[in-house]
Design a protein around this ligand. Structure first.
Ligand code: CA
Length: 689
């Protein structure tokens, strides 16, 4: 089907959309990325009549994180593996689909699931970043490819999960890979031709070297300054990190593009910068000129990061009245636990307070704008339990800002992490490079310790007053990793959660006033739009991402992956979702005569090589195979899969260059033991029912 509309999104149209909320034209609805909609047909009175108007099933079963774009009544969205769908936004009917055919073994080099956060639409084209690092322009009417550029060195473990943004006819895209030894940057490509216009590196190169392709020579002095904040020369070999993997915002009046940068790579600072230092521009918000990539200012949230504290979290632009003065601010709740309000004209700190428990710093000094680090965050000498952990107090799940309530709605994670320096660390670009001992992720054997750990990990929706810097209301959920938020003029906040509920809260009070069960974990942020006088709310459903893969804490619907969905609601509709994934039942595990030493070795190796995807303690999160439930047939093929790469086409590469046949057998012995533990627990649970 060829569409008649032009999908002619222009700068002017995006700017005017602030007061014209019928469509959802750009990632955060407007360039300010507030994720606030002035639509109010669905409100605190009418929301009780909200029901499912249409459901579209995607054909991938891993995490769904996209924000759909709605323009000229067509919805453009993405699923896992960077697949794009164009659907009629009123009926859900698919118009076209584009699959960039990402090599599946790429999954191994992606820290946090093969997710994609959506496309950009601009003057008849749809722009997509792919897991393997390509930027692709499609014809919005047909889904046919117009141009394609490789934005990264494909021999390195770069990836793209973020949504491109288009500013002044330039498509801006960053990348991920900080755990795999890459050097972060952001690039701008000409929307018409796909030619590289500029590139800004977030980690300096060797000051002795020439500029790289696309680098602005006006940035030479600031890059020299950045290089002076790194010690030793390790970072030139291990990449340094600082990847621009998600958030951006644009202020057309100031003509500034804001980007957020990621953590240090490796995490543990001495492995990349042995003499310490701030390590600019890790964990920073940076303002650039969108025409040239010229540096304007930066604000570093976590100088000398060693906790994986990215500042790639969602950034919101707003005008706030602070001490009687209207201020142009940028707001961010990065992983490090502080909520920042920054003057976006100059990058100076206005205020910062912790929105979640923080033990690595006492506070942010208002004069210097720097965090005051404390000993409880220092794990150089001994293991420390530190708040927040590497998933942060808030991760990529977008927050939203409602100008009527003056509140920011943050999907908060309450999680700590046991950080311990890995003394045996060596850099290996085929592995996770954190410099932090991964064996601390082995769950405690003691049942009371385990119960305490599980109880301490929670999710929370916080309504935060950015002027007063304090929480106004909160709502808890059993698990963290709940979806991004949308807020509307109907005095509502919408959020999906890890248990598959889609919930409406009253925006000013936090009262939970409506919910429905969508039968698979929700991590994506909802959007809203209006066609022919009818307001719709839409959200992607599909459990996945980092917490789901690694945490070893299954959500309610975790009996195995089901395909993702786009679920769209309207008033007076009443479709429902068929049942969720089946409940898994453990086959009796095969016999093993491995001794306890081998099982313990297997446990340690599992937590070095396998847990990042298959879950701590071998407890899968319902996204990819839970290895405790392996069939006899899979046990027989174990070494062909683990060493031989038999399932490379599913994303499970072979590990023969890191594991010996004995290692693989010890890991299998550990899995059999975990399967037995689970088998008896399941039987016990069914007796107790
Ligand atoms: Ca990271």
């Amino acid at each position: 089907m060829v569409l008649a509309a032009d999908f002619d999104i222009t700068q002017q149209r995006v700017i005017e959309s602030t007061n014209q909320p019928d469509q959802w034209l750009v990632h955060g609805r407007t360039y300010a990325e507030q994720r606030y909609s002035p639509l109010n047909q669905i409100n605190t009175e009418t929301v009780k009549n909200l029901g499912i108007a249409w459901v579209f099933e995607t054909d991938t079963n891993r995490g769904h994180e996209a924000t759909p774009i709605v323009v000229d009544d067509i919805m453009f969205s993405t699923s896992a593996w960077s697949i794009v769908y164009a659907n009629d936004a009123k009926t859900g009917e698919m118009i076209w689909k584009f699959d960039p055919k990402v090599p599946k073994e790429k999954a191994y080099f992606v820290c946090c699931d093969v997710v994609n956060r959506g496309v950009a639409v601009w003057q008849g084209k749809v722009f997509l970043g792919t897991i393997d690092g390509r930027l692709i322009a499609l014809d919005a009417k047909t889904g046919e490819m117009i141009w394609e550029k490789m934005t990264v060195n494909p021999s390195q473990a770069y990836s793209i999960t973020g949504a491109p943004r288009v500013v002044k006819n330039k498509v801006v895209i960053g990348n991920g890979g900080a755990e795999y030894g890459v050097r972060g940057y952001v690039s701008a490509y000409d929307a018409d031709t796909g030619d590289l216009v500029w590139r800004f590196y977030t980690v300096p190169g060797n000051p002795e070297d020439d500029l790289e392709e696309g680098e602005n020579e006006k940035n030479e002095s600031i890059m020299k300054l950045a290089a002076s904040t790194w010690g030793g020369s390790n970072w030139l070999e291990v990449g340094g990190g600082g990847t621009v993997w998600d958030s951006m915002a644009y202020d057309p009046e100031l003509d500034l593009l804001f980007i957020g940068t990621g953590n240090g790579g490796p995490w543990e600072q001495s492995r990349r910068s042995p003499d310490g230092g701030d390590n600019l521009f890790l964990s920073s918000i940076i303002a650039l000129k969108p025409d040239t990539g010229e540096y304007v200012w930066h604000y570093q949230t976590t100088p000398g990061d060693k906790w994986d504290y990215t500042a790639t979290q969602h950034m919101i632009l707003a005008e706030l009245e602070i001490d009687g003065r209207l201020r142009k601010v940028i707001m961010q709740a990065p992983k490090n636990g502080f909520f920042y309000v920054i003057d976006r004209t100059n990058g100076k700190l206005i205020s910062a307070e912790n929105y979640v428990k923080v033990t690595w710093a006492s506070h942010v000094d208002p004069d210097s704008g720097r965090p005051v680090k404390i000993e409880s965050g220092n794990y150089e000498e001994e293991l420390k339990l530190i708040f927040p952990g590497p998933l942060g107090g808030h991760n990529w799940h977008p927050m939203s800002y409602n100008p009527n309530t003056g509140l920011v709605y943050i999907p908060v994670l309450e999680m700590y992490f046991a950080y311990s320096k890995d003394e045996a660390f060596t850099f290996d670009e085929r592995l996770w490079n954190t410099g932090v001992d991964s064996k601390t992720t082995i769950p405690p054997k003691n049942i009371l310790q385990l119960a305490t750990l599980i109880k301490s990990v929670r999710g929370r929706l916080s309504a935060w007053d950015p002027v007063e810097q304090k929480e106004v209301w909160r709502n808890y959920h059993t698990l963290p990793w709940n979806g991004g938020t949308l807020t509307t003029a109907g005095n509502l906040v919408f959020q999906g959660n890890s248990d598959g509920e889609f919930v409406a809260f009253q925006a000013d009070t936090g009262k939970r006033i409506w919910s429905t069960d969508l039968k698979s974990g929700i991590i994506a942020p909802p959007i809203t739009y209006n066609i022919d006088g009818e307001q719709y709310v839409s959200v992607l459903v599909g459990w996945g991402g980092m917490f789901a893969l690694y945490a070893g804490m299954p959500a309610k619907y975790s009996g195995g992956p089901v395909n993702g969905k786009i679920v769209t609601f309207a008033l007076g509709s009443d479709l429902s979702i068929a049942d969720g994934p089946p409940v898994l039942e453990m086959p009796y595990p095969p016999e093993s005569n491995a001794d306890q030493v081998s099982i313990d070795n297997g446990e340690a190796k599992y937590h070095s090589y396998c847990f990042v995807c298959h879950g701590a303690g071998a407890v899968g999160g319902g996204v990819i195979s839970d290895l405790r439930y392996m069939s006899e047939e899979t046990h027989d093929k174990f070494s062909a899969i683990v060493l031989g790469g038999m399932y490379a086409n599913k994303g499970m590469v072979g590990f023969s260059d890191h594991l010996s046949p004995e290692d693989a057998e010890e890991i299998r012995a550990y899995l059999i033991q975990r399967a037995k533990d689970t088998y008896y627990l399941e039987r016990l649970n069914s007796f107790l029912k």
